[in-house]
Design a protein around this ligand. Structure first.
Ligand SMILES: O=C1O[C@H](COP(=O)(O)O)[C@@H](O)[C@H](O)[C@H]1O
Length: 318
């Protein structure tokens, strides 16, 4: 198909073997709302006098928090470095399992800090063990700028990820930078429809929206995900697969975004959030409090599984 979302080049380069520094004991206060469960720890101690628990890591320091079911599995890491180690393992395992089952793996990237948190996935052992030929890569949102512009989500993913792994260029479905916002959104939707027809993309049996195997997403400090911002009408869009926005509160103003029905049809979503500036939005999303404004991140409820990867600063208000 002559869609502009078709193939963009990815060159094949590998990185040197990384070394993972050990991180110290993790301590997180316990609140009545949340409690920790043992999840791969070499030890877990409950300390009743200080109302806190501590745990030592096996691979990375982490604590799992139990929340109401729809909010997914929440794991808190001692550092963003530990988070990135675990995120790589999660994505590689899922990709391997799904590639074996279906012969392909459809994965969606956001822009922003998420992309840097994927850095361990393009290092050993995954650079060698993952079958990259099975990957089909998409974007949950894009800014209406040329592909070589510093604001381009494609450029970020290319520099940090795609240029380092042997994903076939024909499996990289970038959003067009040659069209208006509206034109690029329509073009990407046409591209996704074609890929559903040709069975590269699954379709939700429930609602007919495309069903991606994995969406890897960040969240902004205001609780936005993709280019779906608090209070913006795009959050309500329930017919289109891909929509456009020309008044984004975060620059640049013109963007293209998957809509919530597409996001929530996913088989798996990983929400990856690090840093204290995002602690309030994380609290709104995961604590059982009712606030007047529902943040976009609170509307993430996939058909499949939701996994939160938080560092301890992002989880500091829980
Ligand atoms: O503008 C955007 O922001 C969000 C969050 O970015 P972060 O740097 O705060 O993690 C990102 O997920 C989205 O793709 C991007 O277009």
């Amino acid at each position: 198909m002559a869609s502009s979302c078709s193939a963009l080049s990815a060159n094949l380069r590998t990185l040197p073997n990384p070394s993972f520094p050990r991180s110290p004991l993790l301590r997180i206060p316990l609140t009545p709302r949340f409690f920790a469960v043992n999840h791969g720890f070499s030890s877990l101690r409950l300390n009743s006098s200080s109302s806190s628990y501590s745990c030592r890591r096996t691979k990375a320091s982490m604590a799992e928090i139990v929340t109401p079911k729809s909010k997914g599995k929440v794991v808190v890491f001692d550092s963003e470095e530990d988070l990135s180690v675990s995120l790589a393992e999660y994505a590689a395992d899922l990709a391997t399992k799904i590639s074996r089952e279906k012969g392909s793996f459809t994965v969606v990237f956001s822009g922003g800090s998420l992309v840097k948190s994927l850095r361990k996935l393009v290092e050993k052992p995954y650079i060698d063990s993952v079958d990259w030929s099975k990957w089909h890569v998409f974007w949950v949102d894009e800014r209406v700028v040329p592909k070589d512009h510093p604001d381009s989500n494609y450029l970020l993913a290319y520099n940090e990820f795609l240029s380092k792994v042997p994903i076939p260029a024909s499996n990289v479905y970038a959003i067009s930078d040659a069209l208006s916002a509206e034109g690029a959104a329509n073009d990407y939707e046409t591209c996704l429809k074609h890929l559903v027809k040709t069975k590269i993309l699954d379709q939700s049996q429930t609602n007919g929206f495309p069903k991606f195997d994995l969406m890897l997403m960040g969240m902004g400090p205001d609780g936005h995900i993709a280019s779906l911002f608090p209070g913006h009408s795009l959050v309500e869009e329930n017919k289109k697969w891909v929509a456009f926005i020309e008044d984004s509160p975060k620059p640049p103003p013109k963007r293209i975004s998957f809509t919530f029905p597409v996001i929530n049809s996913s088989a798996n979503i990983a929400l990856v959030v690090a840093g204290g500036s995002k602690a309030s939005a994380v609290y709104s999303a995961l604590a059982d409090v009712s606030n007047s404004e529902v943040l976009p991140v609170q509307l993430v409820e996939p058909e499949g599984e939701l996994a939160w990867f938080l560092d301890k600063d992002a989880a500091s208000k829980l």
